[in-house]
Design a protein around this ligand. Structure first.
Ligand SMILES: [Zn+2]
Length: 348
């Protein structure tokens, strides 16, 4: 081929290629304007985001670890503990229940803790704990003679802070103390009957007066918290002898009468002596209570809720701690509670 012909062919080829490229570019621009490529570009951007999220998920999210059952389990012997179970799930690794490690440690003679831990493939660890308490006896904390503006709120604050409840044997109260009774009930405590009046000379004159003294308070409690109260404590206890001054034989008659009418009378088998010589001594009140506790029974602890019982309120946190650290389960008194060992024999 001639040199001029070769040059001619080359120029034609360049021209055709240029036209083709310009046309292709034009089509691409048009298609872009029509939005043809927009979805694709969005998709690729969002899939990039998903990738980022996934990577973030793997690095940042520890596995979920769920304990089945309560966070505190009570047993009569640590060897009788039965694990209620657990499950673990990771958003990347899936089910990790079989990888959960458990470790039992003893905190003191009666309290144990199980630590559960699980690790995902990215090295994130989740741990949870469950407390186990060995129970050797029951304690029912009881407070007589309230409500009182000075002491009731302190007792309730302590009970709430320690996560336990008590039984309040209250007397008649006015409009100004309704909130205290409502709070006792609302926070899980039991409002029980001590009698509308506490005046021995009035209530122990005859059995009908004594019963009316319970009915009147029962109605007031029902009106205040909307609940029936069938748990009672005689002023001075069933064994009081002060009633002899007003009506010989009334207590023997009374324990029968209240029982026949469906009430459960409760006395005490642990005396804090906060109504006696130790009324102002919170350390002595504490010692009286903890030395009076016995395993294997319902320990009904007598304390008082009156304006002047600051020492009782002061002793309460340590009393509760002692119970919880030494195998005593703190419970309220209900019709199901075994209170026989607390009931005094009438002396009149
Ligand atoms: Zn009393």
């Amino acid at each position: 081929m001639k040199r001029s012909s070769i040059r001619h062919c080359f120029l034609v080829a360049v021209l055709v290629s240029t036209i083709a490229l310009v046309l292709f570019g034009f089509i691409i621009i048009k298609l872009s304007e029509m939005g043809i490529f927009n979805d694709t570009s969005t998709t690729s951007a969002s899939s990039g985001q998903n990738e980022a999220q996934k990577i973030e998920t793997v690095t940042d999210n520890p596995p979920d670890l769920e304990l089945i059952g309560d966070s505190l389990v009570k047993v009569d012997d640590i060897n009788n503990y039965v694990e209620p179970g657990f499950s673990a799930e990771d958003d990347f690794d899936g089910n990790l229940t079989d990888s959960v490690q458990t470790e039992l440690s003893q905190l003191n003679n009666y309290n144990y803790q199980i630590k559960y831990s699980v690790k995902d493939s990215a090295g994130n660890t989740t741990t949870k704990t469950r407390d186990i308490r060995v129970i050797i006896g029951i304690v029912c904390l009881t407070f007589d003679d309230g409500p009182s503006r000075e002491i009731t709120p302190q007792i309730l604050d302590t009970l709430d802070a320690k996560g336990v409840n008590a039984t309040f044997f209250i007397t008649g109260f006015g409009e100004d103390k309704k909130d205290l009774v409502k709070r006792e009930d609302k926070e899980g405590n039991v409002v029980a009957l001590h009698g509308y009046s506490h005046e021995y000379s009035q209530i122990y004159n005859d059995i009908n007066t004594l019963m009316t003294n319970f009915y009147k308070l029962e109605d007031l409690v029902k009106e205040t918290i909307g609940k029936d109260s069938k748990i009672i404590r005689f002023p001075g206890g069933a064994s009081n002898t002060v009633s002899k001054n007003y009506c010989p034989g009334i207590m023997t008659c009374a324990v029968q009468r209240v029982t026949d009418e469906g009430y459960i009378y409760v006395d005490w088998n642990v005396d804090s002596n906060d109504a006696g010589a130790d009324a102002q001594n919170s350390e002595a009140i504490y010692t009286n209570v903890v030395q009076g506790l016995k395993p294997g029974r319902t320990n009904v602890v007598l304390m008082h809720d009156r304006a002047e019982k600051q020492a009782t309120a002061d002793a309460l946190p340590n009393i509760i701690d002692y119970c919880l650290d030494n195998g005593y389960d703190i419970q309220v008194i209900t019709p199901e509670t075994s209170v026989k060992s607390s009931q005094h024999h009438p002396n009149n």
